[in-house]
Design a protein around this ligand. Structure first.
Ligand code: NAD
Ligand code: DAU
Length: 332
């Protein structure tokens, strides 16, 4: 049995990770989360208290981080400011959490010689042309576009430097777009599902030709567990499930699955600097660590996600009105 310190574990991916670890392994989990607008302790309801603990605090709090890192075997670092649109409005919390927070964690794992896994994004590589046959690999040069992706790229580079300069025992994973239960309604898929539930038309940025490479959150998390178990220190692994889809097709599929006409959506203002296409080549993870995704049918995964939002309105309702009010200010 290992003790895992999971930062950002009240957010979308981290909470699903904590649930998977408690349900499927014998490890114990402590979640460290500041409960920003994106954190929700309701996502952690029902976890076995003999193997789960919640600590409210920031990863930028050096003293708290030091104390918690010292008391655990492994740090799994999910905590971040995660939304591109927010980073265009106010980059400041992205600098604090994504860069300064990662620095504090790295200093603590260095002092206490602990294993560290760093959760990152495919957005660090910038974007691909729509008709480019290439996909991102572990050797694609970094070329981030937004303040969010620039801070994630910077945090990855801090990890690489701490491995090389100080011998920190770290691995990094860069994953594509996640979908599934417990994702904040600011994000593309839950925003459209909850809009349709509320009788609001889905909102497509620009023409909707932009492509994202969708992966179910449980597949992301099974890959993270595999890397913690068998990944080589100092290595980066790309996580993806061959799920490329353009945004217009995803909105049309949501409308179909929810019994609406496929053209019942609005085109709204495009995102500034909007990345065109992300696509992951996850051969290294599959070949070297034997990982494969379980959710191969996007339509079935999306239908289950729609059902989750229909059945869990109490979870998302408190955040919906403020989220839509923010989008309305930007004409989105
Ligand atoms: P999220 O916004 O849903 O959750 C982030 C969590 O971090 C929240 O619970 C928030 O309260 C917490 N947090 C924010 N600032 C903090 C701080 N200073 N101290 C402690 N906790 C803090 O994000 P998510 O979508 O679950 O993403 C988790 C991680 O995965 C991020 O590092 C993100 O970059 C990465 N990632 C996300 C995706 C995706 O599709 N969502 C894909 C690849 C990688
Ligand atoms: O690729 C991994 C990244 O995926 C993660 O690092 C980020 O944390 C995560 O937020 C996500 O970033 P995106 O910017 O791709 O996700 P978002 O859900 O914001 O948007 C997905 C696509 O949908 C993007 O092309 C913008 C578009 N969009 C988004 C919203 C909210 C719309 O067309 N309409 C919308 O209402």
């Amino acid at each position: 049995m290992l003790t895992l310190l999971v930062t950002g574990g009240a957010g979308f991916i981290g909470s699903n990770f904590a649930r998977t670890v408690v349900a499927e392994t014998s490890h114990a989990v402590t979640v460290l989360d500041s409960l920003s607008y994106a954190g929700n302790t309701g996502s952690l309801d029902g976890l076995d208290p003999t193997r789960f603990r919640f600590v409210r605090g920031s990863i930028t709090d050096a003293r708290l981080v030091d104390e918690l890192v010292a008391a655990h075997d492994i740090v799994v670092h999910f905590a971040a400011e995660s939304h591109n649109d927010n980073s265009l409005n106010d980059p400041s919390p992205f600098i604090q959490t994504n860069l300064v927070g990662t620095y504090e964690l790295l200093q603590a794992v260095r002092r206490h010689d602990k294993r560290y896994h760093h959760i990152s994004t495919d957005e660090v590589y910038g974007d691909l042309e729509l008709d480019d046959p290439a996909r991102f690999t572990e050797t694609t040069p970094y070329n981030p576009s937004s303040p969010y992706s620039a801070t994630k790229a910077g945090s990855d580079l801090l990890v690489r430097a701490w491995v090389r300069s100080f011998g920190v025992q770290a691995t990094i994973s860069n994953c594509s777009n996640n979908y599934g239960p417990r994702q904040h309604v600011e994000k593309f898929i839950p925003r459209q599902i909850t809009n349709v539930i509320d009788g609001i038309r889905p909102k497509l940025y620009g023409a909707g030709a932009n492509v994202r490479d969708w992966i179910h959150v449980d597949d992301h998390n099974s890959a993270v567990l595999r890397i913690i178990e068998a990944g080589q220190i100092g290595e980066t692994y790309l996580i993806g499930a061959d799920g490329e889809k353009d945004n217009k097709s995803v909105i049309e599929l949501i409308l179909t699955l929810m019994g609406q006409p496929t053209d019942a959506y609005d085109h709204v203002n495009d995102r500034a600097g909007h990345d065109l296409r992300y696509a992951i080549d996850s051969s290294k993870l599959r070949t070297e660590l034997g990982w494969t995704p379980r959710y191969r049918d996007f339509e079935a995964g999306l239908a289950a996600t729609i059902e989750w939002y229909r059945s869990n309105e109490a979870w998302w309702r408190p955040m919906k009105a403020a989220t839509e009010a923010n989008y309305a200010k930007a004409g989105q």
